[in-house]
Design a protein around this ligand. Structure first.
Ligand code: GP9
Ligand code: MN
Length: 603
């Protein structure tokens, strides 16, 4: 019997398959196709296989291994992009094992179609192992291969530093250039350190606290902060098919509350932890690097330090592992006195990857009661975390058929659940006498439903009747609730997470002249401005009239901007000034953090 059915040029085959997979990836991840994108990608594939073919040893095994690694990488890129809306960095890929905690999230975004990246490996290995195919190679061993490849690599590398960030590299030069750039940035190089020296913190120092409207209205009160996981603003005062989504928060708003309904997230890769950092330092995050993980030993001058000087004790409560996001390590540097984490709670009920909000809130009341007054106690909720899992018995909303089995439907259920637990918590602190003399703050940490996810985009656009975009997704609520104050106001100035701390200091009547202020006191400002990065490219911004989204390829002319009221496109040239201001603010902030400059500023 003839053993070999047909001849196969393995090198040619994996070359073609790799290119096909790359095009598949771009189809889902890139909007504007530049020539450089294809040129660089194809050259990248050529160089990898041409050099691999030069190596000595068992060539079939080697080539297959390289092809497998590339396939897995492309698969992970696609999966990660679907979840986060951008490409993973090398550190994300290294911590992919840790993603055990968010395993369900990964499974939730895994579309069978994405297995296209891996599926061909099975027949390929099978046919080769059982020698069903005879492999042939191009034996023409040109001595020019290596020099040509080296020249191509040098050219590919040379264009990279001119790009300001990884997203731009990916969109302009493709997947190989992106991973090279990102690897260099995260290992030997550090592009963040190369911030233009002219862009310093000048102009941002000594700005904290000015007397003004509502100055001191919450002076000396205990402060209870509820940082709500993935909580978007559209949920507030919203009825889904006649069902009130957040009745308890809505009740809070009816009395003694200052509500900012155009408040926006500014987090980077650090998500929840970035929100914690930004709100307690009035500084920007690092975008694609987590401050909590990378700079835990920095000197900070945070809200906690300022409160400490005023005699406050500061505590964080969170129903998850204390080392997650490196909280355990950075909290002392941030001046936080106490961290009550999962190990301090009775694990009566776990939902998704942490303590259920019900159990968390319930046991937190007891802990708060024990705190030294005046206190700042921040509770970080968890149940409304992606992928929005809830036991059937807790799902109270009646969903339309088209929303069952969608992220949107599951999201609404968990939000409604968290709001219910919040209601019980408020009753709990009232019973213990902790409510009246407190300032109670609520805010969302970041979006739950990003429009980068195709399902979200489609379902929410249909639900709202207009294109679901980042202006809606990144809008989170901010509420300062001051029982007995008779203050009731809805303020629609645009604000970002960097504005949380200056606004709070004014309410507490704290004038602080030492620190750095990137945000502003929203009760005493006329013009709102939110610089953004990461989920939308750096330099994007929102002001009181418009939203500007910098183009993913880094070319200003390809950017988008629209009027927030009419949703009609506006001339992007009107956004140049805001774009530059956003960049300057973010870069200045990065400069301070990456150079550990705070200690020099507050001297
Ligand atoms: C877990 C929680 C994770 O501690 O903070 O939230 P994330 O950053 O994934 O939104
Ligand atoms: Mn979060």
């Amino acid at each position: 019997m003839k053993q070999h059915r047909f001849k196969l040029d393995l090198l040619f085959l994996i070359f073609v398959l790799t290119i096909a997979k790359i095009i598949f990836l771009y189809h889902y991840t890139i909007d504007n196709f530049e020539t450089s994108l294809y040129l660089n990608s194809f050259l990248g594939v050529f160089v990898i296989y041409a050099l691999a073919n030069k190596l000595k040893g068992k060539k079939i095994k080697l080539l297959l291994r390289i092809y497998t690694i590339i396939s897995v990488l492309l698969f992970l890129d696609l999966l990660y992009f679907d979840y986060f809306g951008f490409m993973p960095s090398v550190t994300d890929l290294m911590f992919i094992g840790q993603v055990g905690t968010v395993k369900r999230s990964v499974i939730r975004v895994l579309k069978p179609m994405y297995l296209v990246m891996l599926i061909d490996l099975i027949p390929l290995y099978y046919f080769i192992k059982f020698k069903k195919v005879k492999l042939k190679f191009n034996k023409e061993d040109s001595s020019l291969t290596v020099p040509i490849c080296l020249i191509v690599i040098i050219l590919m590398v040379m264009v990279l530093p001119s790009s300001e960030n990884g997203t731009f590299v990916f969109n302009r030069y493709g997947v190989f250039s992106y991973h090279m750039y990102d690897f260099y940035d995260n290992t030997i190089g550090n592009f963040d350190k190369e911030v233009d020296k002219k862009i310093t913190y000048q102009g941002y120092v000594n700005g904290i606290g000015k007397e003004g409207k509502y100055f001191g209205v919450a002076e000396n009160r205990n402060i209870i902060v509820i940082q709500l996981e993935s909580f978007q603003n559209f949920l507030i005062n919203h009825y889904y098919r006649g069902q009130e989504l957040t009745p308890n928060l809505n009740r809070i708003l009816r009395k003694d509350s200052l509500y900012f309904d155009r408040f926006y997230q500014q987090v980077g890769t650090g998500n929840t932890s970035d929100c914690e950092f930004i709100t307690s330092n009035s500084m920007h995050s690092l975008g694609r690097k987590s401050i909590f993980k990378e700079y835990p030993e920095n000197s900070f001058y945070s809200l906690y330090n300022i409160l400490d000087k005023k005699g406050y004790s500061t505590t964080i409560l969170h129903g998850y592992e204390s080392d997650f996001w490196n909280r355990e390590e950075i909290y002392p540097s941030l001046g936080i006195d106490k961290f009550i984490s999962l190990k301090n709670f009775e694990k009566k009920e776990m939902i998704s990857f942490g303590l259920s909000d019900e159990v968390f809130f319930d046991q937190s009341v007891k802990y708060i009661k024990e705190l030294k007054e005046p206190y700042y106690a921040k509770l970080i909720t968890l149940t409304s975390h992606h992928p929005y899992v809830l036991p059937e018995s807790e799902k109270e909303l009646i969903l339309a058929d088209e929303h069952k089995e969608t992220l949107f439907g599951d999201y609404l259920q968990t939000i409604h659940y968290t709001d219910k637990q919040l209601g019980k918590f408020i009753e709990g602190i009232k019973r213990k006498g902790l409510y009246e003399n407190s300032l109670i703050i609520f805010y969302g940490d970041h979006a739950g439903l990003y429009p980068s996810n195709e399902e979200n985009k489609k379902v929410l656009s249909e639900y709202f009747g207009y294109e679901y975009n980042y202006d809606e997704a990144m809008n989170i609520p901010l509420i300062y609730h001051i029982p007995g104050s008779n203050i009731k106001e809805k303020n629609s100035i645009v604000g970002g997470q960097i504005d949380y701390m200056p606004t709070l200091l004014n309410l507490l009547g704290i004038v602080e002249d030492k620190g750095i202020l990137f945000g502003q006191d929203l009760n005493n400002s006329n013009n709102g401005f939110v610089a953004n990065q990461y989920y939308i490219p750096e330099g994007s911004f929102i002001d009181d009239e418009k939203m500007f989204i910098m183009s993913e390829d880094g070319i200003f002319e390809n950017s988008k901007a629209w009027d927030l009221k009419t949703r009609k496109p506006i001339d992007i040239h009107k956004c140049k000034e805001g774009y530059e201001k956003a960049l300057e603010q973010i870069e200045a902030s990065k400069y301070i953090i990456t150079n550990n400059e705070i200690k020099n500023i507050i001297k």
